[in-house]
Ligand binder design. Sequence first.
Ligand SMILES: Cc1cc2nc3c(=O)[nH]c(=O)nc-3n(C[C@H](O)[C@H](O)[C@H](O)COP(=O)(O)OP(=O)(O)OC[C@H]3O[C@@H](n4cnc5c(N)ncnc54)[C@H](O)[C@@H]3O)c2cc1C
Length: 364
Amino acid sequence: MFKEELTGPEYYGRFVERAKELGVEYMLNSMVLQVYHEDNEVICINSVNGMTRVEAKSIVLAMGCREKTRASIVVPGTRPAGLYTAGSAQRLVNRQNIMVGKKVVILGSGDIGMIMARRMTLEGARVVMVVELMPYLAGLTRNRVQCLDDFQIPLKLAHTITRIEGNERVTGVWVAPVDENKKPIREQEEFVPCDTVLFSVGLMPENELTRKAGIKINPITNGPEINQYMQTSVPSVFACGNVVHVNDLADNVSEESARAGKYAAQYAMSNLLETAREVACVTGRNVRYLCPQKIHVAEKGEKVNVYFRVLWPELGVRLVARCGDEIIVSKKEYRVNPGEMNHVTIDTAKLVGDTVTVEVVKED
Ligand SMILES: Cc1cc2nc3c(=O)[nH]c(=O)nc-3n(C[C@H](O)[C@H](O)[C@H](O)COP(=O)(O)OP(=O)(O)OC[C@H]3O[C@@H](n4cnc5c(N)ncnc54)[C@H](O)[C@@H]3O)c2cc1C
């Protein structure tokens, strides 16, 4: 985004400065309780002003996501101390200077889990292994290399934790390989002693407010369905970032957020481009979801990036977009991975018919 290497605090610091320069009004430590788009208002609460009504001609949803926990994936065993989501451990270690354990097993090969494997090692803990249910990595290959391989941390693919042991504190976990139906193979279970387990098992877009507002939710992303203007099924409500779909990198989120802000402002000023027609984005071979789910075709043609994740890893492929039998995008890709987001750029002038299908085609 800024074309330079920045730490997290430096990165968000740039946006804070920019918002202050522009005189953006903000309310911190406030919780939005309800979005009433019919009345163009948002109800929020804080300890200074109590309940407050904020009026707006357009609204941008940016509530982010939350981590899945042990309860979300139902891991059997006792309930001792020493179990954390990777993000809460990251916060305790990085921001509160609290070390969470000495001998660690990480369940899930998501990016935050792998980054925490490196962090815990640098802080003096021993990361015994990272255990991943799927036969492939959940996060970025870059993180595997820089956070696991560089520190000789073993990655057990197609394995899971079958039971957690320990009364007051975790004493270890049982780890087993899984078969093709993801069922643990009990005969090969092994006990792995540890005092800490970190869960890096996925993120859930935070959409309680969105649902309550009656906005259409996509069953795969668990986020609001949007068009290329980041506009939801309710025209005055826009959305961006992890509340829409879980992004790998803050840079993607910043780009989407800038877009949502721009078009929400245009909507509020009644300047949003007139739509001639709407084209639905349809998932084809090896595509799990597409974002945006709809493209508005205005009189003036434009280039639209359609982001997607694949269902399984593949080498030597083409990313293809087609309208009926006509191929409108074909892009060679050396490798695709479920943990890494892909995109195709579609010229709206080439969109004929009501749908555009995006698929991953294996090269011969
Ligand atoms: C644990 C974790 C670690 C990550 N580490 C990295 C990393 O190292 N590098 C990287 O590039 N990316 C990282 N990411 C990804 C990146 O941080 C996110 O993609 C990005 O921050 C998402 O931005 P967002 O604005 O969508 O959501 P967030 O940054 O999560 O912001 C959402 C905000 O909305 C607030 N909110 C939610 N509900 C309400 C409500 N009802 N009322 C008021 N406020 C509300 C939340 O408190 C939060 O402040 C990480 C993500 C997570 C979850």
